[in-house]
Ligand binder design. Structure first.
Ligand code: ARG
Length: 430
């Protein structure tokens, strides 16, 4: 059963090799494939390629198929190549020859493109939602623990006082920046490729504005060759945004792993959120955050994978592009799982409130003391020298109080202004 049947059966091994994971991955496109077809045939009717009553019959059958897809009951039958073929076969099964009329003025090349655009648009919205949940959690924790101090490090050496307010809040604001990339990927995704057909347009007088509006795209890819080129470029933009978020999240996961280590002991989790060892009975391991770190590191390879897959392909459609699905589909799912898991775990985080009572952190306060002398009128360089010599001779006694007032510092986290930043970028997702 092939859309391109010409009276011979393709070799089984060739078939399996070329279809690859499509029959499985395409299931996620089923709903979008139907939506794309609905918009396409509404348009076909307005340009005289379908009668009104034909359109009504086709729409009803497509609606039925869409509901099957939404219930998760859509299957791509044995021997059917992909979602596009399956939908068309289901239509001809229901409506006979009428089902064969819907493909005028399009190709599977722009069909799969429009499916992917609609799919990725939804995935990006889901990612934005998960990022927002984690962002809210981090902001909440930042406020809750804003007075709890912790060591700040440079070169992984004890440096200056930091706080849990700063730490949680830092990841919140970083996510707000990553969302700028996600919103850019959304804008690139949110353009209609339908009508580019095989990649060079069609001699039918297609109304591309109409399908653009029906599918709720913000705009279209005008140039039909550019539309075809957007396969791969869209995925790449999405992957770059995913990678940015993964980098932030992987970093957070690393902090947690390190700070759960007994040598730090800054944070902990209830037992049921840790994992054990088969040999060492005392172990309570941070496997969740290790897996998260690993997954996030792997996600940062996705833009490279896409770059290599698509580098220097000849202009126009090439079957290599099919493999983009193998890379992109798991990536969005993995990222969302990691974001949601981070949100879930952080609900249960326990913060050590008296880390700085340990004398090994005394030197954190040298800069505070230098600044105090400078505020009292001593030139900064002399103040630095005074405290430096005290440290050098083992005579330094910290004044353990911290007074940071400027924007973004321990005493002035600007949580509400960071929230406003996040709100502004989130509005771009419509
Ligand atoms: N499975 C194909 C893909 O994802 C669908 C498009 C097939 N087009 C073609 N000319 N063979 O790219």
């Amino acid at each position: 059963m092939k859309l391109w049947d010409k009276g011979f059966e393709p070799d089984k091994m060739i078939e399996e090799f070329t279809v690859g994971q499509d029959r499985e991955l395409d299931l996620r496109l089923a709903k979008y494939d139907v939506e794309g077809s609905m918009a396409h045939i509404r348009m076909l009717q307005t340009i005289g390629l379908l009668e009104k009553d034909e359109l009504e019959k086709l729409l009803a059958a497509l609606q039925d198929i869409k509901e099957i897809a939404e219930k998760g009951e859509f299957v791509i039958e044995e021997g059917v190549e992909d979602v596009h073929s399956q939908v068309e076969f289901m239509l001809t099964e229901r409506l006979g020859d009428l089902g064969k009329k819907i493909h005028s003025g399009r190709s599977r090349n722009d069909q799969v493109l429009v499916d992917l655009k609609l799919f990725m648009r939804d995935e990006l919205k889901k990612i934005a939602e998960s990022v927002n949940h984690l962002f809210d959690r981090l902001q909440h924790l930042s406020e809750e623990y804003k007075d709890v101090l912790m060591p700040g490090y440079t070169h992984l050496q004890i440096a200056m006082p930091s706080s849990f307010g700063l730490w949680f809040g830092a990841y919140a604001e970083s996510l707000a920046d990553d969302m700028q990339l996600l919103a850019a990927a959304y804008d690139i995704t949110n353009q209609n490729p339908l009508g580019s057909a095989a990649g060079y347009g069609s001699s039918f007088p297609l109304n591309r504005r109409m399908t653009t509006d029906l599918l709720g795209f913000a705009d279209m890819h005008y140039n039909v060759v550019a539309a075809q080129m957007s396969r791969g470029k869209t995925e790449r933009a999405v992957a770059l945004a995913i990678s940015a978020i993964a980098s932030t999240l992987g970093h957070l996961a690393m902090d947690v792993c390190m700070w759960m280590c007994q040598n730090f002991g800054f944070v902990s989790f209830p037992d049921e959120f840790t994992t054990g060892s088969s040999i060492m009975p005392h172990k309570k391991n941070p496997d969740v955050f290790e897996i998260m770190r690993g997954k996030c590191n792997r996600l940062q390879a996705v833009p490279n994978e896409i770059a290599l897959l698509t580098a220097n392909l000849p202009l126009g459609y090439n079957r290599d592009l099919q493999l983009l699905k193998d890379i992109t589909f798991p990536a969005t799912t993995e990222l969302i799982k990691c974001l949601d898991m981070a949100d879930f775990m952080l609900q249960h985080i326990r913060v050590n409130r008296d880390i700085l009572n340990d004398p090994k952190y005394n030197y954190l306060f040298t800069v505070e003391d230098v600044n105090r002398l400078a505020l009292d009128g001593m030139p900064f360089r002399d103040a630095y020298k005074t405290i430096g010599m005290q440290v050098q001779h083992g005579e330094y006694k910290p004044t353990k109080s911290v007074h940071h007032t400027h924007e973004g510092s321990i005493g002035n986290l600007c949580t509400d202004r960071i929230a406003a930043k996040m709100r502004r970028v989130t509005e771009r997702f419509g």
